[in-house]
Ligand binder design. Structure first.
Ligand code: GLY
Length: 291
């Protein structure tokens, strides 16, 4: 049935695994043969196991990505600054290879409008259904300004978007989180530094298909010694005196700076200090400021 449907629709299209696939269940397909092969992999070869037993076929939406986050107290919400994620690595979908924020050109009123269009309806529906939502809501958008489509809505923080938020956060998040649980989030909004933050992910050899583990990581102290740099660990573990790779997305290198250009330069100075066999990263994080 899926193949009959594919023969009738315009390409490119999107094939999605309906289950949880760590951000790797989305396939952009621009030729019929490739699309049929993705469907066959998911439904017949069960390449993603149960996550891909049911699939969704959607129209392709062009344009940049926009990650929204809203802290919600069941009735009210506060928007966090919009962040841009970079989803692909060498053409393949990943959990996210980097992010930056704030996004130049997105005004407070535009952020308010995004909230009204993409957050308020979800909050209202969950409340109307007797399950008011408390916590972090993360709608993922794609498309050109004023014509964005919501591709997904997550009840969790984005990764690597959160690294960007945490580097720009002033003070503690605790009061905001407590207000989400049993208060009014509008009385305890998080505050943000004016600086730009960028996160660049360094991934293991073989990511996203089959990441290699156990490679010794060098240069972490040197990278962390650069002013404004903090390296977060994701897929690492200790092995004797060494830190070694232990997952797909290995490190999140984060920087802050007064301008996006300066943050971009600093990010790649920090990444240049780090070395492990087969490491992969994108070289354009923070570059694409065009909306
Ligand atoms: N970076 C995308 C996500 O967390 O789903």
């Amino acid at each position: 049935m899926a193949l009959r449907y594919l023969a009738k629709i315009a390409l490119p299209c999107i094939v999605k695994a309906d289950g949880l696939a760590l951000g790797k269940g989305v396939f952009v397909c621009d030729r019929l043969a490739a699309t049929e092969s993705v469907v066959n992999d998911l439904l017949v070869k069960k390449s993603l196991g149960r996550a891909g037993q049911k699939i969704i076929i959607e129209s392709f939406v062009g344009g940049p990505e926009l990650s929204l986050h809203a802290l919600c107290d069941g009735q009210n919400y506060v928007m966090l600054p919009a962040v841009r994620d970079y989803k692909t690595l060498n053409g393949k979908m990943t959990g996210g290879m980097g992010a930056f924020g704030p996004i130049p050109g997105i005004s407070d009123s535009e952020l308010t409008s995004y909230g009204e269009r993409f957050v308020a309806p979800i909050l209202k529906a969950s409340s109307d259904n007797g399950a008011p939502f408390h916590g972090i809501l993360f709608p993922g958008l794609k498309g050109f300004v004023a014509n964005e489509k919501m591709l997904e809505a997550n009840a969790r923080w984005g990764d690597p978007e959160t690294q960007v938020h945490m580097r720009r956060l002033k003070g503690s998040l605790l009061d905001s989180l407590v207000a989400c649980i049993d208060g009014d989030i509008r009385t305890a909004p998080p505050e943000w530094d004016d600086q730009y933050a960028i996160c660049g992910v360094i991934a293991a050899e073989g990511y996203p298909d089959a990441p290699v583990r156990g490679d010794v990581i060098e240069g972490l102290d040197e990278a962390n010694a650069i002013d404004g740099v903090v390296v977060f660990h994701a897929g690492t573990r200790r092995q004797g005196q060494n830190i070694v790779t232990n997952g797909g997305r290995v490190l999140s290198v984060t920087v802050t700076a007064d301008t996006l250009e300066a943050a971009h330069t600093k990010l790649y100075e920090a990444i240049a200090q780090i070395n492990f066999r087969g490491m992969q990263f994108r070289r354009d994080i923070g570059k694409l400021t065009v909306r």
